[in-house]
Write a protein that binds this ligand. Structure first.
Ligand code: SF4
Length: 193
């Protein structure tokens, strides 16, 4: 008998032999004990789509309301019912939980002053203001209107931009639009927007 993965799991879940054996002869008692301890047991289940690329793999997110009223995100995994990914995720999608919940995530901008060796936490206002001033100064200093042959090029050669792998598709699109608007030509993006 040929079984799909889903049929196999359903078969195991519905078999209730007195000795706990599935029709295939597996002892299901340990599996049930493990299931009782799953931290997503009783959690709310939401269906969504991976934000990282245009493949559009479907995700299942498990959440639970905490005693203080906040919502805890417990787990994100591939949706086995999706015809796109059938429960699978690439390594990037499999780490989607860490996009929202990670102890290693840096919670605020970090700044290292010229010549300094230590990074320090700064406010978003400080970081964005500093960024804007530096971009303006670099662009003004390195903007090229015509090339050596007299062709109009209107490009900024003094800034390069590399979009990170944790960009969602929309963030990658926005960053690319902003950089192209500035005339940046050295533009690379993990999502290849
Ligand atoms: S990043 Fe990976 S998991 Fe996410 S949609 Fe693309 S292929 Fe699927």
């Amino acid at each position: 008998m040929e079984l799909t993965r889903r049929q196999f799991l359903q078969l195991g879940a519905t078999s209730t032999g007195a000795v706990g054996l599935s029709p295939l002869g597996f002892d299901l008692v340990p599996a049930r004990q493990v299931k009782q301890r799953l931290r997503v047991e009783g959690a709310n289940v939401s269906h969504t789509v991976c934000p990282y690329c245009a493949v559009g793999c479907a995700l299942v997110a498990y959440t639970r309301k905490a005693a203080n009223g906040s919502v805890d995100l417990l787990q994100i995994e591939g949706d086995p019912d999706s015809p796109v990914n059938e429960g699978r995720l690439c390594p990037k999608g499999a780490s989607a939980l860490q996009l929202a919940v990670s102890r290693r995530r840096v919670p605020s901008p970090m700044y290292r002053e010229p010549g300094a060796t230590e990074w320090k936490q700064v406010s978003w206002d400080f970081a964005l203001d500093r960024l804007a001033r530096n971009i303006k100064a670099s662009r003004d200093r390195t903007f090229v209107t015509t090339d050596a042959a007299g062709n109009v090029v209107n490009r900024c050669e003094g800034i390069a931009f590399a979009g990170g792998a944790a960009f969602s598709s929309e963030e990658g699109y926005l960053a690319t639009k902003v950089m192209r608007g500035l005339g940046v030509v050295y533009l690379e993006q993990q999502a290849r927007v």
